[in-house]
Design a protein around this ligand. Structure first.
Ligand SMILES: Cc1cc2nc3c(=O)[nH]c(=O)nc-3n(C[C@H](O)[C@H](O)[C@H](O)COP(=O)(O)O)c2cc1C
Length: 236
């Protein structure tokens, strides 16, 4: 009888302990994921230029994918300008340089820095509203990023790589499955903005779609609900 009572007491206790441990672990994981983007220090980007010397037509004429980079550093002004072209805020309603289905803005833009003036090596996340970067992790990840992208050597050689990732839910919550298509279309818009801005600045860029998604996400330490869509090595 005593033994029966003991077992009756023990079973709910074990069950409650397992649930408690599970909740604690998942809360900690969630907190760590947020921390990744909050803990790193901020990089205040220079204001982007709103005028340039090359016409849109000239830029369209000369844009090409380039995979050969000199060893020259890229400047913080150039990084700032490319990020603004990708996702910069352009009006009082917080709309951006690239269109977005229902203004749901599913894309996040990261840079993996190797050789940028005034910046430490590391992975950074762009925050369009404040036009700043926050550090996600330290150190040069370009060799690992190259490995994750089928060994495409120019990824490692570039002074920095832009990575466009997607949080599909932001758009599929409104548009259901069709939202996935919209997210991909939007990545195309953002990528083209980067290409054209790069051309106008005299930078060399190529859009890379051939890579292992999980490996790239792991190298960049991006949250689990995000998927990388594009890598864009940038250089001179
Ligand atoms: C969706 C997409 C994926 C691409 N993936 C790669 C890639 O993985 N590696 C690469 O070297 N170029 C890649 N490119 C660049 C194309 O090879 C390039 O755009 C094409 O050769 C046309 O040249 P252009 O961009 O100079 O006009 C990709 C382009 C697009 C649009």
């Amino acid at each position: 009888m005593d033994e029966e009572k003991y077992i009756k007491f023990l079973i709910p206790l074990v069950f409650i302990s397992i649930v408690f441990i599970g909740i604690t672990v998942s809360l900690q994981e969630g907190e760590n994921q947020n921390k990744t983007h909050l803990a790193g220090h901020e990089v205040i980007l220079p204001d982007p230029q709103k005028e340039g010397s090359l016409s849109l037509e000239e830029t369209l004429m000369s844009r090409r994918s380039v995979r050969d980079f000199a060893e020259n550093k890229v400047t913080l002004e150039e990084v700032s300008q490319l990020l603004w072209a990708a996702q910069g805020i352009t009006d009082e309603n917080r709309k951006r340089t690239a269109p977005s289905a229902g203004a749901t803005y599913p894309l996040e833009v990261y840079i993996a820095v190797k050789n940028v003036e005034g910046m430490e090596e590391g992975v950074y996340l762009y925050h369009p509203q404040r036009h700043i970067l926050t550090k996600v992790s330290s150190g040069d990840v370009s060799a690992k990023l190259k490995e994750a992208a089928l060994g495409q050597t120019f990824i490692e050689e570039a002074p920095f790589n832009i990575i466009i990732s997607a949080i599909y839910k932001r758009t599929t919550d409104t548009y259901g499955e069709r939202g996935e298509r919209y997210v991909h279309m939007e990545a195309g818009h953002v990528s083209q903005n980067i290409y054209l801005q790069g051309e106008a600045l005299g930078l060399k860029i190529v859009a890379v779609g051939a890579f292992n998604d999980k490996q790239v996400a792991s190298v960049l330490n991006i949250p689990r609900n995000e998927e990388p869509l594009y890598i864009m090595p940038v250089g001179k």
